[in-house]
Design a binder for this molecule. Structure first.
Ligand SMILES: C[S@@+](CC[C@H](N)C(=O)[O-])C[C@H]1O[C@@H](n2cnc3c(N)ncnc32)[C@H](O)[C@@H]1O
Length: 214
């Protein structure tokens, strides 16, 4: 498959190397209903929609959950530094987004606009996954990318709810930041605990992606 992960001149949690690895995993599994927890500015979301649109001929859904700035109650999260402020190393991007467009890229409105080509296939939810996820019907989800809150409690909540909804069907869960970022250790602890408890098989790719096949 000749698809290359694009950054779309925004900010992204995944660099092209890891974006392409995620696309490769999606290509292997060919899911129809994708869930991303932690949308950020929508770059991974957009790549996923573009890719699923090609391989599934438009027959797919994408569901995304993010705080979208609503993080008052979320103080225990260990945020990667790049998401704290809308700062860009490229001064042109800084001027373009902060002064010209005055657009917050990690907002529901901005991501909605960015994914508008897939409007009728995209479901975006603003809020804390600890609350939002349990009230969503995610029974059809057959591929989840968990990359939202990086605390022990949130990681465990997200994996548990997604896994319980996938049980008995075929599905894939990929969690980011398993152990590559030394300042985030809770993600690994939560995944290891849950995988052991549920007797699941875990494959870790270069210390970063934790892949759980259901
Ligand atoms: C690492 S970024 C996600 C990067 C994105 N997946 C990408 O590839 O560009 C983490 C995102 O998770 C969101 N987040 C953090 N805690 C959350 C929570 N408890 N519920 C929902 N979203 C959360 C943050 O607002 C942030 O946008």
């Amino acid at each position: 498959m000749n698809f290359k992960f694009k950054k779309y001149w925004r900010k992204t949690g995944l660099n092209p190397k890891w974006g392409n690895k995620l696309i490769e995993l999606i290509d292997q599994k060919k899911p129809h209903h994708f869930l991303e927890i932690g949308v950020f500015c929508g770059v991974t979301s957009r790549n996923i929609c573009e890719f699923l649109n090609i391989i599934q001929h438009g027959n797919f859904t994408y569901t995304g959950i993010d705080l979208f700035g609503d993080d008052n109650e979320d103080n225990d999260e260990k945020k990667p530094t790049y998401i704290k402020h809308q700062k860009f190393s490229n001064p042109l991007k800084h001027i373009y987004y902060n002064f010209f467009l005055k657009e917050n890229l990690n907002s529901l409105e901005s991501v909605k606009k960015f994914l508008k080509n897939f409007e009728n296939k995209v479901y975006l939810y603003k809020g804390n996954s600890n609350k939002v996820l349990k009230n969503l019907d995610i029974k059809k989800i057959d591929f989840a990318f968990i990359d939202g809150g990086h605390s022990y409690q949130t990681t465990l909540n997200d994996i548990e709810i997604v896994h319980q909804n996938m049980k008995g069907k075929k599905g894939t869960i990929v969690c980011d930041d398993y152990q590559d970022a030394s300042y985030i250790t809770d993600v690994k602890k939560a995944i290891d605990y849950y995988v052991k408890k549920e007797n699941l098989s875990l494959r870790v790719i270069e210390g970063k992606f934790a892949v759980i096949e259901v």
